[in-house]
Design a binder for this molecule. Structure first.
Ligand SMILES: [Zn+2]
Ligand SMILES: [Zn+2]
Length: 132
């Protein structure tokens, strides 16, 4: 990761810890969840600043589902396929990929080079279904 070496400036211990937490997680995490997992407890706003820094430097990406909460994930982590529960906000990752089948067709039709994709379903998880 050449980029990470170049951007040592501003890459504090806290930001490194945030990156590690995101890296280890299979599903994307929001700022509060990351804050809960941090060993040293800074204030939440430095977590937000750290996330902004990491995203600006291309180390992480973020996604929003049907609420305003932003969820962060490692840009190199695969798979980027998620099931999002609209009741409790739980996010589960899955491995089945549909993209390969349509990617080539889309590239031809739109004269487009596809580099990456994020795919998610919105629904109700098994826990929430049981409560209904
Ligand atoms: Zn749920
Ligand atoms: Zn895929």
């Amino acid at each position: 990761m050449i980029r990470e070496v170049i951007t040592v400036r501003g890459f504090t211990k806290l930001r490194k810890d945030i990156l590690n937490i995101i890296e280890k997680s299979k599903a994307p995490l929001c700022a509060e969840e990351i804050y809960q997992k941090l060993e040293q407890k800074p204030n939440l706003s430095s977590v937000y600043r750290g996330l902004y820094y990491l995203e600006e430097n291309g180390m992480i990406k973020s996604i929003t589902f049907d609420k305003n909460t932003r969820y962060f994930f490692r840009s190199t982590n695969h798979p980027k396929h998620y099931l999002y529960c609209k009741e409790c906000g739980n996010i589960e990752a899955f491995d089945v990929c549909f993209a390969d089948k349509i990617q080539e067709k889309l590239e031809k039709k739109h004269d487009y080079k596809i580099l990456d994709h994020i795919f998610y379903f919105i629904g109700i998880c098994s826990n929430c279904k049981k409560k209904m």
